[in-house]
Design a protein. Structure first.
Length: 231
């Protein structure tokens, strides 16, 4: 039975829509990036939510910043898209002025400066991953608040809380490309399974030095790579 308070039905949808009017928005997603032997792999689900309302089922949360640097976006879509556009502008200017592409750390530092300086105005959690001539593949994480962390792999978004144990158990250094894809796919599939704010398809981007970005899109229950047994 549906109870009513005034003209508002408490059936989930209408209550959440009322919260939207008050600015109470619950944002969720699942994003991750890993280093592997030869580069980096970024992955994300494709669901954009506002409370229990699914605003977009096929969002692309993987955004190209330069030819060899991409980012995963979580939080407010408007905030993260704006930040990514600003960083892309600065890095294009950097390459013109210096005559060589920026390093992944340079990109991460610019992201971090913007997110930290505007931490009270932004709802943005961003993972930066890419390859450069200095250190090869790198993954950097900027959670809410604007701190900056380098790690061999990182997970973020509401779905990440369900897969910390999985990732800690099955992560290993110097994975092959196939092992890395399988690891990202299994982790995101678990996040989508358990997190109501994550869903849709799994998007991936593979970056390797001197090669064009390699994009993939798969269903969560689709076996798209050769099965790999975790060690």
């Amino acid at each position: 039975m549906v109870s009513r308070t005034g003209n508002l039905t408490e059936d989930g949808i209408h209550v959440d829509m009322e919260h939207l009017k008050k600015g109470e928005i619950n944002l969720g997603t699942s994003i991750m990036a890993i280093e592997f032997d030869g580069g980096v792999i970024l992955g994300a689900d494709s669901r954009t939510t506002s409370g229990s309302y699914i605003a977009n089922r096929v969002t692309d949360k993987l955004t190209q910043i330069t030819d060899s640097i991409w980012c995963c976006r979580s939080g407010s879509a408007a905030d993260t898209q704006a930040v990514a556009d600003i960083v892309r502008y600065h890095l294009n200017l950097y390459e013109i002025q210096n005559g060589h592409p920026p390093s992944v750390k340079t990109a991460a530092s610019i992201f971090q400066e913007i997110c930290y300086t505007n931490k009270d105005a932004l709802t943005a959690g961003i993972i930066i991953a890419g390859v450069d001539r200095h250190l090869g593949g790198q993954v950097w994480n900027i959670p809410l608040g604007g701190s900056l962390h380098k790690a061999p792999y990182t997970i973020s978004g509401s779905g990440s809380s369900y897969i910390y144990g999985f990732c800690d158990s099955y992560w290993k250094e110097n994975m092959t490309k196939e092992e890395g894809m399988h690891f990202v796919k299994e982790a995101l599939r678990e996040a989508i399974k358990w997190d109501g704010s994550s869903g849709g398809v799994i998007r991936m981007c593979i970056l390797r030095k001197g090669e064009e970005p390699e994009r993939h899109l798969f269903l969560p229950d689709e076996d798209y790579v050769k099965p790999v047994k975790f060690a």
